[in-house]
Design a binder for this molecule. Sequence first.
Ligand code: FAD
Ligand code: MLT
Ligand code: ZN
Length: 476
Amino acid sequence: MTPDNLIPALRDIVGAAHVLTGDACIEFETDWRQRVRGKAYCVVRPACTAEVAKVMRACAQAGVSIVPQGGNTGLVEGSVPNADGEQIILSLRRMQAVRAIDLANMTVTVEAGCVLQSLQEAVHEAGLLFPLSLGAEGSCTIGGNLATNAGGTQVVRYGNARELCLGLEVVLADGQVWEGLQGLRKDNTGYDLRNLFIGSEGTLGIITAATLRLYPQPAAQLTAWAAVPSLEAATALLALSHRHLSSALTGFEVMNQGALKLVDAHYPHLRVPMWRETMWCVLLEASDSESEAHARARFEHLLQTAMEDDIVTDAIIAENIRQAHDLWHIRESITLAQAAEGLNIKHDVSVPISRIPEFVAQTDAQLQALAPGVRLINFGHLGDGNLHYNMQAPAGADAAAFIAAHEAAISDAVYQAVHRFGGSISAEHGIGALKRDKLPHYKTPVALQLMRTIKQALDPQCLLNPGRVLAAEPTQ
Ligand code: FAD
Ligand code: MLT
Ligand code: ZN
């Protein structure tokens, strides 16, 4: 097999209609943020695990590298190829089947290309809950969620994708299939292979299916929106919410005025509450196993106590599911409002929750000195210590020119601050190509060497998403 006869070989494996070339590849070649435009050798769309395995074997023989792609909603430039036209995009989107729901084991086994929302709906119909939830759920896939160890808005209660996964099926770089789909909650038979692949961003293997943990549906779910006078107050409200609601606290999101102002500007029909009067708003969700009345009484007591303690200045509890949905929609629209406003800078960081207010106060001041007028769009999953500490160019400025002039210095300042505060430069989006060259500054040499050793062992030809997470040199 050589690169020249690879395309006919791929056509034999998946059918000619599922090997795309030329302009047919365009929709797969640009990342969601429109920051990178790659060029694919071709896009190949297998229908089953056996086809993925054959594709991998053919690519390994030809020495051609593969970029796995699910919904292409990743935010770190990990799911699109280089510009050289030599990489194949392996799209998992045709592999969408929900293979089985095991009600007694409370698990679902699903193919990697299944869209997250479709899985949520299938599980809901079966009377259970798959709690992973994020703004891109209408188009991101389970394979992408696991490959990035996605977080989202329910992590405070249910954990991130890793915690929700009990088993994987993975096609390795040489085309072998690791069948690890047992839905076991206990299995201490050696190294944890599953957790090696979760979060590996397509650099160690192709996830083709997963067995995932399910939960009972709550009897009631309530959403509240609160104005808080400061970020200190928001963290105090989080601690109070944990005490009052315990495991019923299923969401705790924070949004600064800059973020909500953008949503108001681009989507005025969403009628963002309270944003003009306060610098910070919080979105809380409680899921109750008893009843709506029980949930409401607990929520009201929490918010009343918070007001007496002066950590909440104003609050509303959604009256019905429609209102709750509208409040969540405002929160989920921040990323879209940022995109609509223009090119922007993202930092998906985590810091110990107790240190977040000090981190933000110091770093805000530093950035305003570094790039006067920069708009700080700060929001995220405060319940997990995860901020989307994002930036927009000053109002009226040329965003592309601003980013070219300031992004490097701004990001270095943010990541150095994150490091000083004992945090992580990627809380939930991953490393991709965007943060690859930052990683060596924030991981120890021992950690990096271990990562390279694992990469070499699993992908000695460096064919799986080269240049993502780690630099691209072949590892042998
Ligand atoms: P893709 O973008 O296609 O791929 C992402 C990475 O995974 C790439 O490196 C790719 O090569 C690899 N990959 C994809 N499929 C496979 C596979 N089957 N096997 C191996 N590797 C694979 N992320 C969060 O964590 N939390 C959020 O709250 C959140 N909110 C978002 C909101 C919006 C509006 C958007 C656009 C994105 C958001 N994201 C969030 C980021 C993104 O949705 C997640 O990273 C998601 O998990 C990516 O899934 P995907 O199917 O789109 O993956
Ligand atoms: C979100 O939580 O909305 C996304 O992860 C954040 C982002 O777009 O930066
Ligand atoms: Zn997020």
